[in-house]
Write a protein that binds this ligand. Structure first.
Ligand code: SF4
Length: 375
């Protein structure tokens, strides 16, 4: 695959496609690979923060599709009453999502999701033995509680997505996982290879062949029964199709989505939610402002002037000029650069090798192995 000039991903867009909100820092679980620094503390977002965000978001949502993703900590740990108060300032056009560990979901939460039109994504890593690292604060397996939450969703007919972390890709795992998620009943599945991020300092250097084979096997499993929207595979196939059609350059957005994360206290970190709550002697707290002092729309208009963001944009340009995968990847994620390389203007990371380069190679490997013999 030769490097080529791609024209997308220049600078940061003024309007995001979604905002991530942290209703509480608290999580009731203590997963071994979690990146969140303050997950044992219950710092709740004041309603004034939600009101300030809604003042910018409501006009965006009136103009086109717009989502607010409630992420934590564990967002449901904020409680129904408080979460309802945080949702209240947002207009009816705003789509709300929660990323949840599902352990708190019961009949009352299902009624809440229906009443507020909240879309649910559940974090679960596969069958019981694949969830050994998802544990309670007391260190006990959380799997039965996760499944009880999923059972409540199914009982109430609440559609849900799933997000799985894979720590040790190996032969047979992709098929096992895909079959598991078919049975679980999710509509959409995202698969993340574990990342070195935040307070999770475990290495994510993995055997290249094993990761590529994992993705190739996942494509094969999906093709046998493509009932689930499999996020990573659909991205890859869309890119491969566009390359063949000569339209690959149209796939990348023209500029980077700022994806603002609004922390519990109103501070805004752009591009990577995983940077929220961290500080660095060179970069400070990574924040581009606070919605209690400055409208979100103004914070985003000036976000490119945040020093670390400028450094990251230089890294994206380095990727553009050096990496043959840029047209698919678009330059990677800020948090992976920072937590792996200690800075933002590098290029390759273990994350992009595992989740971009080997993903695309795996899809191509599957295609090569299953191509029709030449006539
Ligand atoms: S982040 Fe990695 S895969 Fe993505 S463009 Fe940069 S070097 Fe390439």
């Amino acid at each position: 695959m030769a490097a080529r000039t791609h024209t997308g991903m220049r600078g940061i867009a003024a309007v995001p496609s979604y905002v991530v909100m942290q209703p509480t820092t608290l999580c009731n679980l203590d997963c071994v690979y979690c990146y969140l620094p303050m997950r044992a503390a219950d710092r709740r977002m004041p309603v004034a923060v939600a009101e300030a965000v809604a003042a910018s978001v409501n006009p965006w949502a009136a103009a086109g599709r717009f989502s607010v993703v409630w992420h934590g900590g564990e967002p449901l740990a904020a409680g129904r009453e408080h979460l309802a108060a945080l949702l209240a300032p947002f207009g009816p056009e705003v789509e709300h999502h929660v990323q949840t560990n599902a352990t708190l979901i019961d009949d009352a939460w299902c009624a809440f999701f229906a009443e507020h039109g909240v879309r649910v994504s559940v974090s679960v890593d596969g069958p019981r033995e694949r969830n050994a690292e998802r544990v309670t604060r007391g260190g006990r397996p959380a799997y039965d509680r996760i499944l009880a939450g999923v059972a409540a969703l199914r009982r109430h007919g609440v559609a849900f997505s799933a997000l799985a972390v894979v720590s040790r890709p190996g032969p047979g795992l992709a098929t096992e996982l895909y079959d598991y998620f078919l049975d679980l009943g999710c509509d959409v599945l995202g698969v993340n290879i574990e990342e070195t991020e935040g307070v999770n300092t475990r290495t994510n250097a993995r055997d290249a062949g094993a990761v590529t084979a994992f993705w190739a096997e996942l494509v094969a499993a999906w093709r046998r029964d493509p009932r689930i929207h499999l996020r990573e595979v659909e991205w890859s196939l869309r890119y491969a199709g566009a390359v063949l059609a000569g339209t690959a350059d149209e796939l990348l957005p023209r500029s980077l989505d700022p994806i603002p994360t609004v922390a519990h206290d109103g501070s805004v970190v752009v591009l990577s939610p995983e940077l929220a709550g961290f500080t660095d002697p060179r970069y400070g707290d990574f924040s581009s402002g606070n919605v209690l002092a400055t409208p979100l729309v103004e914070i985003l208009a000036a976000a490119g002037r945040t020093p670390w963001v400028g450094e990251f944009l230089a890294g994206v340009e380095a990727c553009r000029s050096s990496c043959p995968y840029f047209g698919f990847c678009g330059g990677g994620h800020a948090a992976n650069r920072y937590f792996e390389l200690g800075r933002f203007d590098g290029t390759e990371t273990e994350h992009c090798r595992n989740s971009k380069i080997r993903l695309l190679e795996g899809v191509l490997e599957h295609a090569r192995d299953h191509e029709s013999p030449a006539a």
